[in-house]
Design a protein. Structure first.
Length: 482
């Protein structure tokens, strides 16, 4: 475990030193800095989604504030090491020999899609961990129907739902396929009670989270409007609020993701073909493959599908579960290693052809090339305000700028007293003003809504010092007055 921790963290740190920091990690670190510096209210911290990685990053940053961008790498590396160690132990417990277990873990640990998920950030690794619990329980649910399998499915669903925005689609996509893994007699006699047991932790946690949102924000589903493209893994351009409808939908990306999911998991396809005499296992693997495919299509229809490599990386976890649930008496047959090797080859191809800009940057850093930041405009803004003070800026709209700047000191965010005084007085007395184009896909930020004329006309006594595609910066001129 110690070796895995060191290896996982070292690889992620190496990629980071070459310039690759995913937009998800930048978004997470920016929100973490704002939370620990008091730049956002407690209400916005407790209603943020996804909450698990956010809470972990806030805690680590509070304990060791000097780590910076190593915080998400540390959390992701720890989760990756836990997953690999869990995979190895489960293989040993399932009858694999020590040597074959190590070889299989090495194949899985060298999978590029696994490391693409780890580099994306803690949220996606938490999604893998929850999905691992879910698939383990699903395989055994129909065959053994033990209480442990019920717990695995229930906890896995709850973790998946709160780990990553894509997890919401995985939860909804799982509902029709869970029925394939439930024993037929239970499905005939008491289907409601079985679904209640499986979905109770998720339903309870979701209702509790909605209640917290209602208490603090006045809307039970306020967290859905605070999602950002970065937290979903879609790369540049920031918040998709005030409406998810602004995201472009379509089934073509989902169809490509479905093909990648099947291609990356040949061992699951083989199990489906070879278990025609074992309906329990066959229905379980059919449900798990159908679950991933339907979730990808659902997310694609809403325009919120993560990059191809990230979606297909879940097939790596499914491959492990398929290997350890292989129905033969000798699970350490060479055939399983061959199927895992074939899956590795397919994942290498998927990682090589994924057209997403984030994946392209990750590929460059993996091969030793220095890569630039994913959004040059946000990087330029962070450079402009690096050592400045008294900046009127809706930093919650683009927390990545705060992460790139390294500190929230001197930024007057929407929850700060200077910002609120400016709103009451309808005057600006800051040294710098940062405002977003109201005609951009995301619309005005809070500064633009407070002073609608600033973006086009500026403000008396201020000179424009930066113009980007979406943002402008105005600075107090020498002759200006606050």
């Amino acid at each position: 475990m110690v070796a895995l921790l060191i290896g996982c963290y070292a690889l992620l740190h190496l990629i980071g030193t070459r310039g690759f920091i995913s937009m998800s990690n930048l978004d997470l670190m920016g929100r973490t800095i704002l939370a620990n510096s008091g730049g956002v209210s407690v209400e916005k911290v407790v209603t943020a989604f996804p909450p698990m990685s956010y809470a972990a990053a806030i805690a680590v940053d509070a304990i060791a504030p000097g780590l910076g961008f190593d915080i998400p790498h540390l959390i992701s590396g720890t989760l990756a090491a836990i997953l690999l160690a869990s995979w190895y132990k489960t293989m040993r417990d399932s009858g694999f020999a020590t040597t074959r277990s190590m070889l299989a873990t090495l194949l899985l640990g060298s999978n590029p899609l696994f490391w693409r998920a780890a580099a994306e950030g803690p949220s996606f690794m938490l999604l893998h961990l929850g999905y691992w619990l879910f698939v383990l329980g699903m395989f055994q649910l129909r065959r053994g129907h033990r209480i442990n399998d019920l717990i695995l499915v229930a906890l896995g669903l709850a973790m998946v739902g709160f780990a990553h925005p894509f997890g919401l689609f995985l939860v909804f996509g799982a509902l029709p396929f869970i029925a394939l893994a439930i024993p037929p007699d239970r499905l005939r006699t008491s289907p409601a009670s079985v679904f209640l047991v499986l979905l109770f932790p998720l339903a309870f946690a979701l209702l509790a989270f909605c209640y917290v949102n209602w208490i603090f924000a006045g809307e039970p589903f306020r967290f859905l409007l605070s999602l950002s493209r970065e937290s979903i893994g879609l790369g540049t351009t920031n918040s998709i609020s005030p409406g998810l409808s602004q995201a472009s939908g379509g089934l073509l990306p989902g169809a490509l993701a479905a093909i990648a999911i099947v291609a990356a998991c040949p061992i699951a396809v083989s199990m489906f073909v070879l278990t025609y005499r074992l309906p329990a296992l066959r229905l379980a693997i059919l449900g798990l493959i159908g679950h991933l495919v339907s979730s990808a299509l659902l997310a694609s229809a809403f325009g919120l599908l993560p990059p191809l490599g990230l979606v297909a990386s879940l097939s790596v976890t499914l491959s492990v579960a398929t290997a350890v649930r292989w129905p033969h008496e000798r699970p350490d047959r060479p055939g399983i290693l061959m199927l895992l090797t074939a899956g590795l080859a397919a994942c290498v191809l998927i990682a090589a052809v994924d057209p997403a800009s984030e994946t392209q940057r990750w590929r460059g850093s993996l091969f030793g090339f220095p890569v630039s930041h994913g959004d040059a405009e946000l990087s330029a803004i962070a450079t402009k305000i690096k050592d400045r003070d008294q900046i009127l800026f809706d930093a919650e709209a683009v927390p990545s700028v705060v992460a790139l700047r390294g500190s929230a000191k001197g930024i007057w965010t929407a929850d700060s007293l200077p910002f609120q005084l400016s709103a009451l007085r309808q005057t600006v007395d800051a040294d710098m003003i940062i405002v977003r184009d109201p005609q951009s896909a995301q619309g005005s930020d809070r500064v633009g809504r407070l002073f609608p004329q600033i973006y086009d006309q500026g403000y008396p006594g201020y000179a424009r010092i930066y113009t980007g595609e979406r943002w402008r910066i105005y600075e107090l001129s020498h002759g200006g007055k606050r």
